[in-house]
Write a protein that binds this ligand. Structure first.
Ligand code: NQM
Length: 364
């Protein structure tokens, strides 16, 4: 006999993973993590004995519950389940899985849907900010089908609009975690930024790359990966993230001039594999660096004439990620007022994940 835990398998943006109601998992993090490792089939390169997809982008978990936060409807805890190590990390948020949280909360009856569209206010437990997701709910139920398209996902689906009001410094305490627009490390100029996700931007050409390589080409370059990991470990401390050797932040984005009329091109290490696209909050951080004068993006990014709302098209290996950033021009430093973007999500399967007998004592 195995133990059965109710959950849903969902695509959120360009990621995929299991969504659980918190009361179906143990409260104790160690017991919970053992169950999640078993559910995903980690550690194993192929995750053959679990439902994980053998890549960090498909080895993700969202845990959702009704919120006690005064400004939120639900709490969302994101957990990254390592593919090849017995490790579950809450050190980062995930804006792609976030796209599935509103639909999941409505499907599970945590929130009552309105007629037409339903706004779900989500407390992002990992970083503490609030996101508002607008979910399509004609007839008072989640509609997954629709005409919206996002790069990195075939076909189309119902739009899920995501809006963030307070994500600057989400993990590092401030937008520019080192206090500088440019830092010098190992002979390179970099920009460290956290507008929802801690990211280090490096000009690809400074690392001997074009910035237009495929993820596989970059992943096959062992020397490059070592250089990037050394920089990441050093900058983790400088960005107030402490020892990041077991953490999945900061991300490293190699940047280059846009190739397809966008604002900038990116190739993003997350941090040991290269993203097939770019993370949601990762894109928000890169886009923000593009509108700050004096960062390493300055000679590369093509920014349209200045106004209070910037639409930044972040190019990535499988297309574009468009991020809208509204600045508060009345504040002396033109503070970021709002970040908005489009995602889609889809419920793929609903049921129970089965956990081996020896973990049974940990299951509620
Ligand atoms: O940056 C991958 C993803 C992510 C994270 C990663 C994300 C985000 O695409 O908000 O969505 O950078 O680890 O799921």
């Amino acid at each position: 006999m195995q133990s059965a835990i109710p959950c849903s398998l969902m695509r959120g943006g360009t990621s995929k993973g299991l969504f659980f109601l918190a009361n179906n998992l143990p409260d104790d993090p160690a017991a919970r993590d053992n169950i999640l490792l078993a559910a995903m089939g980690s550690p194993d390169d192929r995750q053959i004995d679990g439902v994980g997809g053998a890549h960090p982008l498909t080895s993700k978990v969202a845990i959702v519950k009704a919120s006690t936060h005064p400004e939120a409807d639900v709490d969302y805890l994101f957990l990254q389940v390592s593919v090849d190590k017995p490790l579950v990390s809450d050190s980062q948020n995930c804006g792609n899985m976030l796209a599935g949280v509103g639909p999941f909360a409505i499907d599970q009856g945590l929130i009552k849907a309105s007629q037409g569209k339903t706004k779900v206010r989500i407390h992002m437990v990992n970083t503490g900010g609030i996101a508002v997701a607008e979910v399509q709910t004609p007839d008072g139920r989640v509609e997954y089908g629709g005409a919206a398209r996002i790069d990195g996902v075939p076909g189309n689906a119902a739009p899920v609009l995501l809006e963030f009001l307070d994500i600057a410094g989400s993990s590092c305490g401030q937008l520019l975690p080192t206090g500088n627009l440019i830092d010098h490390i190992d002979g390179l100029e970099v920009t460290c930024i956290d507008n929802g996700m801690p990211v280090v931007l490096i000009r690809a050409k400074d690392l001997g790359k074009t910035g237009y390589e495929s993820p596989k080409e970059l992943e096959d370059d062992e020397q490059l990966k070592q250089v990037i990991e050394n920089i990441r470990l050093k900058l983790g401390k400088a960005m107030n993230l402490g020892d990041v050797s077991q953490k999945t932040v900061p991300k490293i984005s190699l940047i280059a001039e846009p190739q397809n009329n966008g604002t900038i091109t990116t190739r993003t290490f997350i941090p040991h594999r290269v993203h097939e696209a770019i993370g949601v909050l990762g894109a928000a951080s890169v886009a923000t660096a593009c509108i700050l004068p004096g960062t390493v993006t300055e000679s590369l990014a093509r920014i349209k004439p200045d106004n209070s709302i910037h639409l930044i098209d972040v190019e990535h290996p499988t297309g574009f990620f468009s991020v809208e950033i509204e600045l508060d021009k009345s504040s002396p430093q033109a503070e970021i007022k709002r970040v908005a973007l489009l995602r889609t999500a889809r419920l793929l399967m609903r049921g129970e994940v089965l956990i081996p007998e020896d973990l049974k004592q940990n299951i509620k």
